[in-house]
Write a protein that binds this ligand. Structure first.
Ligand code: CA
Length: 222
């Protein structure tokens, strides 16, 4: 399971991340509401664990904005003990479940299994989004408005990696390790060829999305 964890208390976040990883989940942890919303928009997660009290945008707003953008990812909100109001507002705003802090790891895992089972049938996880593009993860079709083009496997993997890290600077070495493996012989030149193919395809479908080169570091999807 691919989980987005939105929790600003770093100790709790680290502990949850460890528990989830131990239970074979992959986890992206972010620490404020705005990032939670941006990551959630990519629609690549099987579930989102969302704290309510967050800097920049509170959890309820994140939840409402995601649902407004038709993101149906199952969401568990984390509420303060005895805050009946948070629970009601959360569930009314489209949360699938809530957990009262403090909670046991076993309970969290059980709730995650329950909401992902419940939602598996109607969550559209085939499409991930960024700005004006969307990417079909089963057909590798990249679309913008009415234009579309099919990506090769490597192009697809690179673009998906970017979309999973919206607006973040992606390090070239990390990208190579992730796409080709740590001990691959792939060099920067090879990577740059793929990036130039992707740029051509983005401009072919008339998208405003750009892959910007960050000198000496890597790239950023903008
Ligand atoms: Ca908090």
């Amino acid at each position: 399971m691919n989980i987005l964890l939105v929790e600003d208390e770093t100790q709790l976040s680290d502990a949850l991340k460890q528990i989830l990883i131990t239970n074979k989940c992959s986890v992206d942890a972010v620490f404020d509401g705005e990032s939670g919303f941006e990551y959630g928009l990519t629609n690549i997660y099987d579930a989102i664990i969302l704290d309510i009290m967050l800097p920049k945008m509170n959890g309820i707003e994140v939840l409402k904005n995601l649902r407004k953008n038709k993101i149906n990812t199952p969401i568990i909100i984390l509420t303060a003990k005895n805050s009946i109001e948070d629970k009601i507002v959360g569930l009314d705003s489209g949360a699938d479940d809530y957990l009262e802090k403090p909670f046991s790891p076993d309970e969290l895992l059980a709730r995650l299994r329950a909401i992902t089972r419940r939602n598996l049938d109607f969550v559209n996880k085939d499409i991930i989004y960024f700005s004006d593009i969307n990417l079909n993860i089963s057909t590798y079709e990249l679309s913008c408005n009415n234009n579309s083009i099919i990506l090769t496997l490597k192009e697809f993997e690179i673009l998906r990696y970017f979309i999973q890290r919206p607006k973040a600077v992606v390090d070239k070495d990390d990208l190579i390790a992730k796409i080709w493996g740590f001990d691959s012989d792939v060099e920067y030149n090879n990577l740059e060829v793929y990036i130039s193919f992707l740029r051509k395809k983005l401009s072919y479908i008339e998208s405003n999305v750009k892959i910007t080169t960050i000198r000496r570091v890597g790239y950023r999807l903008e």
